[in-house]
Design a binder for this molecule. Structure first.
Ligand SMILES: [Zn+2]
Length: 189
């Protein structure tokens, strides 16, 4: 924890003054141009990977970068998606998977999750991706298939479907490779 406290002090001392104008503008303005949906994994840092500044990205991070298909009821992921698309008017949504994903590894290799029932329930949302991916514990194949499946789930959200139909939103599927820093765009034309 001490490193976090020292980090805040360094931020106030070194980083904040250098970006004072940006933060003054952001104090009254929130207009990100993209929604980034990534894995909660500590190694996948959206702003670092994309070279973006505070205020640029609206970010949702979930275990395995899973996006539940739309269903009525309270759902933090659905609320964030709707807010980003309908209220903030983001033009792009990126779903970003990554190499060595713990969630995808657990699924691909059939790990016993009985000691983590909430994780097991959450990862069940990726069952369709598991079923479509060849057996044999192929984690990279599942990571890619899973990103595609989440793009399909995204499109079931009414705000997303509407924006897609009106041609004011584009969906992107990425995979980030931790050891090389490379980003593969699965949806590139
Ligand atoms: Zn992950």
């Amino acid at each position: 924890m001490q490193d976090l406290i020292e980090g805040v002090a360094r931020f106030r001392r070194n980083v904040f003054p250098a970006k004072a104008e940006l933060f003054a503008r952001l104090a009254t303005q929130h207009s990100p141009h993209a929604l980034f949906i990534g894995c909660s994994d500590a190694r996948v840092v959206p702003e670092l990977i994309t070279g973006t500044e505070p205020g640029d990205l609206f970010v949702v991070r979930t275990a395995g970068n899973l996006v539940p298909a739309y269903a009525p009821g309270a759902d933090g992921v659905a609320a964030s998606i709707e807010y980003a698309v309908a209220a903030l008017g983001v033009r792009d949504i990126v779903v970003c998977g990554h190499s060595a994903c713990g969630a995808m590894t657990a699924l691909a290799q059939g790990h016993d999750l009985s000691g983590a029932p909430a994780v097991a329930d959450w990862l069940r949302l990726a069952d369709a991706s598991v079923a479509r991916t060849a057996t044999g514990g192929d984690v990279p194949a599942l990571v890619r298939q899973n990103v595609r499946a989440q793009l399909a789930n995204l499109a079931t959200h009414p705000s997303v479907a509407r924006a897609l139909a009106e041609d004011r939103l584009t969906l992107h599927g990425w995979v980030y490779d931790i050891p090389t820093g490379r980003v593969d765009d699965l949806t590139a034309a």
